[in-house]
Write a protein that binds this ligand. Structure first.
Ligand SMILES: Cc1cc2ncn([C@H]3O[C@H](COP(=O)(O)O)[C@@H](O)[C@H]3O)c2cc1C
Ligand SMILES: O=C(O)c1cccnc1
Length: 350
């Protein structure tokens, strides 16, 4: 039996309706703020208050882990970059760190399954470490079912800590060389797609590496998918084709939705986690907005399945939560426009 959690309470529908009415009454032509109107109404519904409160506390979490598929040459970079980047997040010099600093957001990095020993890293980076790398999904399950369940629970604890710290908006990032391969596999096995529909160039792989990645993906999917090309049970999917950090990400998203805190999704990795989260906890996706469109084909499939339209489309393909973080100012604008714009009726004499 899948470990199904209870259905998620959706953002407040009445507040959503009130928000749409308010937006229509603002001093502008109907619909003229485009996507900012939908984002503003979504925020209001998530908060249960119209107009929505200003977004002051944005908190990002980056979950790090290594992936056995890197031994097959599926990335343009070596596995050691994962640990090196964890140090960069701690030092505040990674891409997402710079954007977060600019936007006044916090970034917490956690080693969930990095191969290297990071116990000397400052802070609590290894407080939730579950494994040293996940298995190569083309030949074996990434992690055991037991570990997948523990990782989901750890992700939920991590989300709880961020919510308890006062997060009004969460960003979920990832760090792990090779992670676009298990992400694509999770999306394919969630939606019944073939390897060639989900493969992308990740960090920028050449044609030879792309051929290896396609082979790894095809063999991984053939190894575990049923006749519908799916793995129906989301926990089994995370164990067979995901990783400890991806399972923790899915658990994080489920818990954010359960706690009623909106999440800005990043690229293909976060969207893979979101698809699984929506299977673990039906309705969780109503608490997510897509920060940006990544060039990874698998992300487009996940977004379509989740019914999400990204805010930005800048060709970003960094991960780390950077595409979501880049969208934070626009989410803030959506709230402030609803709060501070005049009503047309107050400006135009009857
Ligand atoms: C220096 C560096 C920093 C990164 N930050 C995020 N990623 C991103 O790229 C990797 C996924 O792409 P692939 O599957 O092709 O390896 C992940 O680590 C992801 O988080 C990075 C990659 C590199 C090289
Ligand atoms: O879509 C992403 O988030 C992505 C793409 C390439 C590499 N890392 C992340």
């Amino acid at each position: 039996m899948p470990t199904q959690t209870s259905t998620i309470t959706p953002p407040d529908e009445r507040t959503h309706a009130a928000a749409l009415e308010r937006l229509d009454g603002l001093a502008k032509p109907l619909g003229s703020l485009g996507r900012l109107e939908q984002v503003g109404a979504w925020l209001a519904a998530c908060q249960g208050v119209c107009p929505p409160d200003p977004i002051e506390r944005v908190r990002a979490v980056v979950l790090a882990g290594d992936h056995g598929v890197t031994d097959s040459g599926v990335s343009a970079y070596p596995k050691d970059v994962t640990a090196a980047m964890v140090h960069a997040f701690v030092a505040g010099v990674a891409g997402v760190s710079v954007l977060a600093r600019q936007h006044g957001a916090t970034v917490r990095v956690l080693d969930i399954g990095v191969d290297a020993d990071l116990s000397s890293a400052p802070g609590d980076v290894t407080a939730h470490k579950l494994t040293r790398s996940s298995g190569p999904i083309d030949v074996t399950d990434a992690i055991s079912r037991d570990l997948a369940e523990r990782a989901i629970a750890v992700g939920a604890e991590i989300a709880d800590a961020e919510v308890d710290a006062g997060a009004q908006l969460l960003v979920l990032g990832d760090m792990g060389i090779g992670n676009t391969t298990p992400s694509a596999a999770l999306i394919a096995s969630s939606l019944g797609l073939e390897a060639d529909a989900v493969i992308g160039r990740g960090t920028g792989i050449d044609d030879a590496a792309r051929a290896r990645k396609l082979d790894v993906l095809a063999r991984a999917l053939a190894r575990v998918c049923d006749e519908d090309r799916r793995v129906a049970d989301p926990v089994a999917r995370l164990a067979a084709l995901g990783s400890a950090d991806l399972a923790a990400g899915a658990g994080f998203l489920v818990q954010a939705a359960r706690r009623g805190v909106p999440v800005l999704l990043d690229g293909v990795i976060a969207c893979a986690e979101a698809l699984v989260a929506a299977d673990l906890a039906p309705g969780a996706q109503a608490w997510f907005v897509a920060g940006h469109r990544s060039p990874e084909p698998a992300q487009a499939h996940a977004l379509a399945a989740l019914g999400l339209e990204p805010i930005l489309d800048l060709g970003m393909r960094l991960g780390e939560g950077s595409g979501a973080m880049a969208a934070v100012p626009l989410v803030r604008s959506a709230a402030l426009l609803m709060r501070e714009m005049a009503l047309l009726a107050d400006l135009v004499a009857p």
